[in-house]
Design a protein around this ligand. Sequence first.
Ligand code: GLN
Length: 494
Amino acid sequence: MTTYIKPEEGLTSLSAAELAAKIHAGEVSSREVTQAHLDRIAETDEALHAFLHVGATEALAAADAVDSALAAGEKPASALAGVPLALKDIFTTTDAPTTAASKMLEGYRAPYDATVTRKIREAGIPILGKTNLDEFAMGSSTENSAFGPTHNPYDVERTAGGSGGGTSAALAAGQAPLGIGTDTGGSIRQPAALTNTVGVKPTYGTVSRYGLIACASSLDQGGPCARTVLDTALLHEVIAGHDRFDATSVDKPVAPVVAAAREGASGDLSGVKVGVIKQFDREGWQPGVMSNYHAALRQLEEQGAQLVEVDCPHFDDALNAYYLILPCEVSSNLARFDGMRYGKRVGDDGSHSANEVMALTRAEGFGPEVKRRIILGTYALSVGYYDAYYLQAQRVRTLIAQDFARAYEQVDILAAPTTPTTAFKLGEKAEDPLAMYNFDLCTLPLNLAGLCGMSVPSGFAEDTNLPVGLQLMAPAFADDRLYRVGAAFEAGRA
Ligand code: GLN
């Protein structure tokens, strides 16, 4: 077992807030900080494969721009100006390839920046590169990446989770202090849990999806990742906010997540009611994960929180509903990859019709999991099956949202394990789609209801000695509660 976790000393061991303070005080330049992380990537990424593309020149140019602005006496463009970041390769960038880890988009260069990308640039945050993921964000281990899997820095034979395993591995290994992921069914929270890092899925509609390559549009949401709750909050405030380029973007003020993280750092949770979801406290899940979870609940209680058991009976159906709704949306969203408009084209030699070119391109361009979901979704949406499958799944979705609403009548926030087990071995579930889907059990209900959630490090499972995450779930637009309770939990563990 070889480990590549964050070094104890030096610039790559510091949090984003610590790095920002040093850069803004003139103690170190953004160039030095950025270079240190590029060096760390060069040192470790052969073993980890967190990055699909490293943009050293562009990152250093962005760092230099911050350094010269600061030297000229300008105020930092944001609280994180000068601190570099790893961007999931599903957000468009004009100065780097955007592949969504698919052969379909190999060599594709987007003509515009995603809103999240633009906000990161405007905040003076250098982008180190684009991180690995499951193809089009479909998967739970990055093994569906067309370019090979990411390895967990805590044990390179194991997954760093998925779909955003690249970003989480980069954070855990000290390759980057900040990262961006997307969470359609858990792809931010789940890899965060497996790598001892923090990941937040913001409320649906609060982070723009413009320039985020769509997986399932009613579920997809970009979000911040880091090694501390405060860093995640600082990044949250950079990327959130209304965007007229995204029709589902909500025109509301961003929840005060940084203030909440600072408040939570006191560790005091008196008066906070935490709901413990009955359906997520199961026999049969990994004993080390469950005993860690129970210890986490006791800790919250010791910090002043009141624990209340809540019943969410329809969460048991979330998996079935999600794996119908998601493929339906995928079959529609991925129709645009037809060999005509973007990226790959196969059979364009004059001997094939346009239809044949499309078929050849899609056959070669998509990997097996993406094809499986397109086929499933197309079937479920077809005449005669639409009511029985898609509509039925939408009804379950409503019931799940109602379970949440009832729970929040009793409590402020919900707790659950983020994953039923710690990181599994690469290859272990690769040939078994249902086993892979089952790994998403704890994270899916939240996306179906459009609410917000966080995975915060909860130490290590006693039976595997691998990281475990505590999942917190808050009502829509109450993202600040995640940060308040998450930061308190983090402080309580320290
Ligand atoms: N693992 C889930 C899936 O494969 C979630 C993916 C995601 O959140 N992008 O659909």
